[in-house]
Design a protein around this ligand. Structure first.
Ligand SMILES: NC(=O)c1ccc[n+]([C@@H]2O[C@H](COP(=O)([O-])OP(=O)(O)OC[C@H]3O[C@@H](n4cnc5c(N)ncnc54)[C@H](O)[C@@H]3O)[C@@H](O)[C@H]2O)c1
Length: 264
């Protein structure tokens, strides 16, 4: 039986992380050809290492997919760098002949109260979470036009919908991603390119573990009607839906996957 993403070529950014790696695995199982990209050196998580654990994760993820009968390659890509994007899209077209889907997944979190925000951290998070999304769309869209259309999945957050009472800069970037998504959706609807956002609730990944102190976890869980954090596959299946032709009448929308967090 054909997979839900048979022969679609998909670039995933931040593929070494919790949500990105699960998308790569499950999308490959659905027949997609995966271009798993990640920053080689993460200035936040591993500032002193030439190659950090998340890049190594990306390489072993690609091995795992290929050993399980899928098709994947790894490419270094810092989403804030124009030239990295151009190289990644060129390499994708050279290797797989086309680009159908971009999962604009890479992102960082900034866990601080407003009075503790610094200009440096503000610029860093805007560069990665917001400019990175824009550069991705800008570079991928011409390639998608060359094959008659495509689907872009931009990672926003429930914290681009509801206030959290902290992490103001992070929330600003995620709100911006939602509106950039709607704007791009309208601009390229005539090119058969759909652009949607995913808004995850709270998921226990590296992003969460490395920035939110353990003692804050339980109070956060208690705010979720389902009384638990999400699991990466619960985001990956949403991304598969948006990447596939099953979502063909959907553009400019938010897919909220949050255990009910935004209900009240
Ligand atoms: N985990 C959650 O609870 C949660 C909630 C809402 C939204 N999100 C969003 O989901 C996305 C994925 O998050 P995750 O939970 O998998 O986090 P993660 O930290 O596990 O993975 C993020 C990945 O992005 C990469 N990255 C960071 N800066 C980069 C850059 N400049 N260029 C390229 N790659 C870079 C990291 O190396 C890492 O591999 C993010 O956009 C995040 O904001 C996550």
């Amino acid at each position: 039986m054909a997979g839900r993403l048979e022969n679609k070529v998909i670039i995933i950014t931040g593929a070494g992380g919790g949500l990105g790696s699960e998308q790569a695995r499950l999308m490959a199982k659905e027949g997609a050809k995966i271009v798993a990209t990640n920053l080689k050196q993460d200035p936040i998580i591993a500032p002193d290492q030439a190659e950090d654990g998340l890049w190594k994760n990306t390489l072993s993820l690609v091995d795992e997919i290929n050993q399980n009968g899928g098709e994947a390659i790894a490419l270094p890509l810092d989403v804030t760098q124009d030239q990295d994007w151009i190289n990644a899209v060129n390499e994708t077209e050279k290797h797989f002949g086309r680009l159908d889907v971009l999962s604009n997944n890479a992102g960082i979190y900034y866990h601080a109260g407003l009075l503790d925000h610094t200009i440096e951290k503000f610029h860093q998070i805007v560069n990665i979470n917001q400019l990175g999304i824009l550069l991705g769309m800008k570079t991928a869209i011409p390639a998608m036009k060359r094959v008659g259309g495509g689907s872009i999945i931009n990672f926003a957050s429930i914290y681009g919908i509801a206030g959290a009472g902290s992490s103001t800069a992070y929330q600003g970037t995620k709100g911006a991603v939602r509106l950039m998504t709607k704007s791009a959706a309208m601009e390229f609807v005539g090119d058969n390119i759909r652009v949607n956002a995913i808004c995850p609730g709270m998921f226990d990944t590296n992003l969460f573990e490395s920035s939110v102190p353990k003692e804050e976890w339980q109070p956060l869980v208690s705010m979720v009607p389902m009384q638990r954090f999400g699991k990466p596959h619960e985001i990956a299946y949403g991304a598969i839906f948006l990447a596939s032709d099953e979502s063909s009448f959907m553009t400019g929308s938010d897919l909220v996957i949050d255990g009910g967090y935004t209900c009240p």
